[in-house]
Design a protein around this ligand. Structure first.
Ligand code: B12
Length: 222
């Protein structure tokens, strides 16, 4: 495997070159690098570095946006390969997922959605800026097993709790598994707001989702 290509993809995202990022992602796939490894080793560290440069004032909003665009261009190439990886045997559950109201960050949420879908879940991705009623309408419509929420801003994290409260008021809470995530979200926060599960990356999200579904099935049998 040519590790220079991974390094080049990392740099292309930091420098905001979307076309290069796309081409490099394709080359890495062609070389046989597993899609999740490309995301975790070449891409996520790059967008994190973009965030760090923005935080210390070296980058401004245009650079932040260019980095995000390069990241998304590469993701577009990787996602079909990621989806193709999981051999679909049975449907493990139905997931409604989205980024909460006021928050436009969707890169991590989309990776989680793709990974869940690759691993046997039927996934309805509602996108970004999703309100409590939009989440709950979809949960009712598709009889969701899992509701997944993502937030990247400290100011939008509290909205997750609001959605959980709304689910209780609507009488939907008990039938649902609620999972939360996003860079500033922690296990402690998840517990505090009464969510059932939390994971700090997409592979973890799949593991937690599978465990919670199995647990719930066990409870229903008992
Ligand atoms: C890319 C980016 C953007 C892009 C987003 C593009 C897009 N389509 O998503 C753009 C340019 C639009 C943007 C805008 C803004 N951003 Co911004 N952004 C980022 C950045 C650099 C990367 C986020 C990202 O994609 N990470 C990579 C993914 C893979 O990681 P992730 O999202 O954490 O997801 C993983 C896990 O958390 C988990 N996960 C995620 N969701 C879920 C859900 C579930 C259910 C589960 C189980 C797991 C899970 O799995 C994922 C995969 O591994 C971060 C920096 C950072 N370090 O996070 C700043 C950051 C989040 N942004 C920040 C800010 C301030 C903003 C703006 C307010 C800037 C402005 N002045 O306008 C706006 C807000 C707009 C809004 N209303 O949302 C700050 C927030 C800090 C704060 N205290 O507020 C950060 C931390 C940057 C910084 N260091 O200052 N941003």
């Amino acid at each position: 495997m040519d590790s220079r290509k991974c390094e080049e993809l990392y740099k292309a995202i930091i420098e905001g070159y979307a076309e290069d990022a796309e081409a490099l992602a394709r080359q890495l796939l062609d070389q046989g690098m597993p899609p999740l490894q490309i995301i975790d080793e070449c891409m996520v560290p790059a967008i994190q570095e973009v965030g760090r440069l923005y935080e210390i004032g070296d980058y401004f909003l245009p650079e932040l946006m260019m980095g995000a665009e390069a990241m998304q261009a590469a993701l577009k190439i990787i996602q079909p390969a990621l989806r193709g990886e999981g051999a679909r045997r049975e449907v493990l559950g139905t997931v409604v997922i989205g980024t909460v109201a006021g928050d436009l960050h969707d890169i991590g949420k989309s990776i989680v959605a793709t990974m869940l879908s690759a691993n046997g879940f039927d996934v309805y991705d509602l996108g970004v800026d999703v309100s409590a009623s939009q989440f709950l309408d979809k949960v009712r419509e598709v009889h969701a097993t899992i509701l997944g929420m993502s937030a990247l801003l400290p100011t939008t994290m509290p909205y997750m709790q609001r959605v959980i409260e709304s689910a209780k008021e609507a009488g939907l809470r008990d039938q649902l598994i609620i999972m939360v995530g996003g860079a500033p979200v922690t296990q402690a926060f998840a517990e505090k707001i009464g969510a059932d599960g939390y994971a700090d990356d997409a592979a973890g999200a799949v593991k937690v989702a599978k465990n919670l579904v199995a647990q719930k099935a066990g409870q229903q049998k008992a």
